[in-house]
Design a protein around this ligand. Structure first.
Ligand code: NAD
Length: 247
């Protein structure tokens, strides 16, 4: 579904991002995954090469909260592959502090990664896509962007902002043949969820009508669809992948 496409996936070293990287590679894309550290990038690349030595994948670790680093990394990718077709803004962090104990620097940290880095990669990515005749920007939102969250207000606030950026850029960039969509996952079975105690996980699952947590691959399938030409008339959408659960 993505034969010959060049894709960048931020936060591609584990969890949902890693599943997206693998799904895109399995569908014929060349992928550049971004991580935070050389070691995590290398270990993700080793896992992928073990799964399929034929994958066309490389890794980088720019600070995506810094526009200059993003510009340098994207320039290198454009030089290497001659184009950038798809940018998946997936890297994100959360916190569940109460408002009363929320530290200002933690709020800023969440905003820097969850929204400013999305802006940075979208801005630089879109300029190459425009030159190349079009492309796709995909963002990772969350079910909390619909319902809010009873603690850790910075995280849902950042995901509401991701939705705002998605809908606004879809309207702004349509004329440049750039589609912009977001996927809003519910409770997904990643390392973060695995680290929660059993007594927290059980009621969580019980509250999901479809009767299970989502797997990273469920989310990756939605990204694949939105990245592909099957979604050629879809832009500005926030696609829920949450089993109809409500947090
Ligand atoms: P994860 O913690 O497993 O992975 C996060 C990724 O982000 C990692 O690859 C990490 O390298 C990268 N990252 C973290 N800090 C970074 C930084 N400062 N700079 C650059 N990259 C950084 O998370 P996940 O659960 O796979 O989540 C991926 C995305 O999905 C996030 O945007 C998250 O908000 C969203 N999401 C997750 C769930 C869930 O249940 N897991 C639900 C809704 C939305």
């Amino acid at each position: 579904m993505l034969q010959g496409k060049v894709a960048i996936v931020t936060g591609g070293t584990r969890g949902i991002g890693f599943a997206v990287v693998k799904k895109f590679l399995d569908n014929g894309a060349k992928v550049v995954l971004f991580g935070t550290k050389e070691e995590s990038v290398q270990s993700a690349l080793i896992k992928l090469k073990q799964a399929n030595p034929g994958y066309d994948v490389m890794g980088m670790h720019p600070d995506i909260t810094d526009m200059n680093e993003v510009a340098k990394a994207f320039e290198e990718i454009q030089k290497r592959y001659g184009k950038i077709d798809i940018v998946v803004n997936n890297a994100g962090i959360s916190a569940r502090d109460s408002l009363y104990s929320y530290k200002e620097e933690d709020f800023v940290k969440i905003m820097n990664l969850n929204i400013k880095a999305v802006f940075n990669c979208s801005k630089v990515g879109a300029s190459y896509m425009k030159q190349n005749g079009g492309g796709v920007i995909l963002n990772t939102s969350s079910m909390v962007s619909i319902y809010g969250q009873a603690a850790g207000c910075g995280y849902p606030a950042s995901k509401f902002a991701v939705n705002g950026l998605t809908k606004s850029l879809a309207r702004e960039l349509g004329r440049d043949k750039i589609r912009v969509n977001a996927v809003a996952p519910g409770v997904i079975h990643t390392d973060m969820v695995d680290s929660l105690p059993e007594e927290m996980i059980k009621p969580l699952i019980a509250s999901i009508p479809i009767g299970r947590m989502g797997e990273p691959e469920d989310v990756a399938n939605a990204f694949l669809f939105l990245a592909s030409d099957m979604a050629s008339f879809i832009t500005g959408a926030i696609l829920s992948v949450d089993g109809a659960g409500m947090c």
